[in-house]
Design a protein around this ligand. Sequence first.
Ligand code: 5GP
Ligand code: MG
Length: 186
Amino acid sequence: MVNVMEKDILKVLVSEEELKERVRQLGEQINEKYRDKRPLFLGVLKGSFIFMADLVRASGLKADVEFIAVSSYHNGTRSSGVVQITHDLQQDITGRDIIVVEDILDSGNTLSFLVGYFKAKGAASVSIATLLDKPSRRTKPVTAEFVGFNVPDEFVVGYGLDYAQMYRNLPYIGVLKAEVYENALD
Ligand code: 5GP
Ligand code: MG
């Protein structure tokens, strides 16, 4: 089979094997912390969907899942700074122990907003599991308890993360060739 996305990739930052092993470790950490609880894994759509699916299975917990969708990026590589809920919670989270599952923690805008939102909705506790962290970009004081990998300040795609809604289904984390962005502007 020809993977037609491959030719757009400049380099692989985190391989499929590295992702698998790290998600297994994060699952163990979460299992240890929440073993006696029934946490709610709360995925931030769309970027978290693949990480969420793997992490919730790796946790080995009696857990349930929920999703929220926000938008702050508009088909580009720059944030607008304003967080908008585009698909809200479909259940009452009062008294729940929440594990927010994110693809990447960048400026911290999205997660600082969401943590405040979930606390205002009555969550008993809120912790963050993010696959990737770009600590050098932080403008809001947000820390994730469970972090897969720190990455440099480069725009990354794959394993859920998109560019213009594409490349989410790459099985690894990679960086696109500059020409992909240039062609998108035509
Ligand atoms: P923050 O609100 O922390 O600035 O940004 C978080 C969101 O920005 C992430 O959930 C993700 O959607 C997007 N984002 C930030 N950096 C990247 C990146 O390198 N690649 C992709 N695809 N999305 C990113
Ligand atoms: Mg996201």
